[in-house]
Ligand binder design. Structure first.
Ligand code: PMP
Length: 395
């Protein structure tokens, strides 16, 4: 199988990650912070060492401001529901995943929150790109006060990264906090919460960080501004029936997912050794190859930039395309039969597809991981040619 669905979840994990997860399960470490015996203390040490690794990777100087969650969705819900109040206005980019849009739409309907979408800018060919920064600035300067700007670090549909630092500067000048959904960018883009002015940074372990699923994190510049979403036992201040007010305990009720945490820290340790710039440049190479090969293929539209070479900085190896006369779902089945794993449809991001003009059928998305080879890209595009013929009824 040629695995081109890294944006959904990474392919086989590296032995060091598997061993870190297995060691926690095998060694029967205790519950961290709950008991006084030596196994529990070892577990607590592993938890805090892992927290330091993840916090430092995302540019947070005080590890207590990095809390573990089950993933980006959980981190985003914690922020939106813990920060916003009735009457608040949130601006969201036009590329948001449903991890952001669904809690926002629910809070709009039931929680008195106003949601506004910031339009993209247009490139020379009229294609939608990133965020129209002028419109964002204007909106922040005029109209009802904005309490939060929410944006993806990189679109899971097009692979384009958004100018997070510039947006954060504009948002702060307009008095708004910034939530970045870095489910896709984390592990490829250099994202440093303090340096980049990201008030709340949500990440997930199982995509480009190449850790386990079911573990993620939230890095915060201002944890005091957030109400916890879940309250319960923390092993600390057990005499009190109120949630501790200090972080990370304030946001980490219940027994933590230590196997996941250890696996995530091991995965980030590997990334630190390889260097994020190496991963980013591999993404650019793969994207460049993929875009070039797809553009040579008749009857395909690569979304979404007409002048893109494919290997410019800031783009992930996540490429969406449509093929004339082919339903994305049917095409993906035909590819699966030829040993190519990819993802068709709306990718949980209907907003992004409306922006692209590919709603409601969506696209086919190829997203190779860094271990994918050039030969595999070429083989996948050759299989795609056959698959499009088959779906069009030609063979
Ligand atoms: N945001 C984006 C842009 C994503 O691609 C994803 C994963 N599809 C998520 C959020 C949610 O991540 P998780 O399912 O790990 O919570």
């Amino acid at each position: 199988m040629i695995y081109l669905d890294h944006a959904a979840t990474a392919g086989p994990r590296r032995p060091e990650v598997i061993e870190a997860v297995a060691a926690v399960l095998r060694d029967g470490l205790g519950n961290p912070g709950r008991s006084g015996h030596s196994l529990s203390l070892r577990a607590a040490r592993l938890l805090e060492e892992s927290r330091c690794v993840v916090a430092s990777f995302f540019g947070i100087s005080d590890p207590a401001r990095l809390v573990f969650t089950p993933g980006a969705t959980a981190s985003i819900n914690l922020v939106l529901r813990g920060y916003l109040r009735p009457g608040d206005t949130v601006l969201a980019s036009s590329w948001e995943h449903n991890a952001v849009m669904r809690p926002l739409r629910w809070m709009e309907r039931d929680g008195g929150v106003r949601v506004e979408i910031v339009p993209p800018r247009r490139d020379d060919a009229g294609y939608p790109r990133g965020v129209d920064l002028e419109r964002l600035r204007e909106r922040l300067d005029t109209g009802p006060a904005v309490r939060m700007v929410a944006l993806v670090a990189a679109s899971n549909v097009t692979g384009e990264s958004l100018p997070v630092r510039e947006i954060a500067t504009l948002a702060h000048a307009g008095g708004a906090a910034v939530l970045v959904d870095a489910a896709q960018g984390a592990g490829v883009l250099d994202i440093q919460a303090e340096r980049d002015g990201i008030d709340f940074l949500a990440v997930t372990g199982h995509k480009s960080l190449e850790g386990p699923a079911g573990i993620g994190a939230l890095a915060m510049l201002h944890p005091d501004q957030l109400e916890p979403l879940i309250r319960g036992g923390t092993g600390s201040r057990s005499e009190e029936e109120e949630q501790p007010s200090f972080t990370p305990d304030r946001f980490e009720a219940g027994t933590p997912n230590l196997p996941g945490i250890a696996g995530l820290a091991a995965a980030i340790g590997l990334l630190n050794r390889v260097g994020i710039e190496t991963v980013a440049s591999r993404h650019r190479e793969l994207r460049g190859r993929l875009v070039a090969r797809l553009r040579e293929t008749p009857g395909l539209i690569v979304h979404h930039s007409a002048d893109e070479r494919g290997d410019e900085p800031g783009w992930l190896a996540v490429v969406s395309f449509t093929a004339d006369g082919c339903d994305p779902g049917a095409l993906s089945w035909a590819l699966d039969r030829r040993g190519i794993a990819c993802r068709p449809g709306l990718h949980c991001a209907p907003r992004a597809h409306r922006t692209l003009g590919t709603w409601p059928k969506g696209t086919v998305r190829f997203s190779p991981g860094p271990a994918c080879t050039e030969a595999e890209i070429d083989a996948a595009v050759a299989a795609l040619r056959e698959a499009t013929n088959e779906v069009r009824g030609g063979g």
